[in-house]
Design a protein around this ligand. Structure first.
Ligand code: ADP
Ligand code: MG
Length: 282
């Protein structure tokens, strides 16, 4: 395949084509527009933070990027140049092994009846990657890369902490060979002491494995630690796309500046949410 002629704007040494290129994406539920004309591109090995208040369209955008959102009304999502939105069922299945989602609630995304070994084996079987002993070997490797020992293969979700469950979710995405991980508020349902561990793990995977990341959160300051670039959403629209340092220090955009000032409110909201969650899964 020939390369596009104009690579001049890209920094030297970077791969010329972005891994992901989102162009003019719109998602509408009836008359309500949840995502309006959002564009950005992401190169392999980079981390994009997506911030914005609750209801600003972050999760809808994430689902649309992974081809999981049926309400996309226009736009393109190009993954290695192929439009995710117009893939055949077969292409979509292959794409799913390259791009995976990690959700906010680590308990809700695991089948309570399956052990970790069975859950990971199942996803490997569905993707036609491995079965039986080979699947368990691969599952063991994936667990090791999220710092969980092979004793976790026999654990069920209720036998693990929230942080361990989220590690298992990340391992499940890694074991099918995901190169792009879209993590929708991956730490915000977890205890504060565990949140940093999960964000650290993602950062570490980006560094060690060259994983490309999209991490959604409403706390700009926490995202800054992880992200190379930051996209700020407001009411479905992109209001800022900048490098993470600029976005979190001198964004030059009033809404983003107001989000930065609102951090104490976010902390309070997190504390309240933790209170609600405590009895249910810790
Ligand atoms: N399935 C749906 N049907 C109708 N409206 C929806 C649906 N999902 C999300 N929305 C609306 O789209 C907007 C963006 O939601 P969401 O993407 O969940 O925001 P965020 O993740 O930033 O909190 C909200 O107004 C929400 O109510
Ligand atoms: Mg959301």
């Amino acid at each position: 395949m020939s390369r596009p002629p104009s690579d001049a704007a890209l920094p030297p040494g970077g791969s010329s084509a972005p891994l992901l290129d989102v162009r003019g994406l719109c998602v509408s539920y009836g008359r309500r527009t949840a995502v309006e004309d959002v564009s950005f591109s992401l190169r392999q090995g980079r981390c994009l933070g997506i911030a914005g208040e609750s209801g600003s369209g972050k999760s809808t955008l994430a689902r649309a990027i992974l081809g999981l959102e049926p309400a996309v009304s226009s736009g393109e999502v190009l993954f290695r140049g192929r439009d995710v939105l117009s893939m055949s069922a077969r292409e979509r299945k292959a794409f799913r092994s390259h791009a995976q989602m990690v959700f906010q609630d680590p308990y809700g995304s695991l089948n309570p009846r399956l052990s970790v070994g069975d859950a990971l084996s199942e996803v490997l079987r569905v993707h036609g990657i491995a079965r039986g002993a080979a699947a368990l070997d691969r599952a063991r490797d994936a667990l090791a890369s999220v710092a969980l020992g092979s004793e976790f293969l026999s654990r069920k979700p209720h036998e693990m902490s929230g942080g361990q469950r989220q590690r298992v979710n990340i391992a499940r995405a890694l074991c099918v060979g995901a190169e792009l991980l879209v993590a929708d508020e991956p730490a915000s349902a977890l205890d504060v002491s565990v949140q940093a561990q999960i964000l650290n793990l993602l950062k570490d995977l980006q560094r060690r494995r060259g994983l490309t990341l999209i991490v959604i959160g409403h706390d700009l300051a926490a995202l800054r630690y992880l992200a190379n670039d930051m996209l700020v959403m407001r009411a479905g629209r992109r209001v800022l796309l900048a490098d993470a340092a600029t976005a979190t220090t001198a964004p030059g955009e009033p809404y983003t500046a107001s989000l930065l000032r609102a951090v104490p409110d976010v902390e309070r909201a997190l504390a309240e949410r933790r209170g609600l969650n405590d009895g249910s899964w810790i």
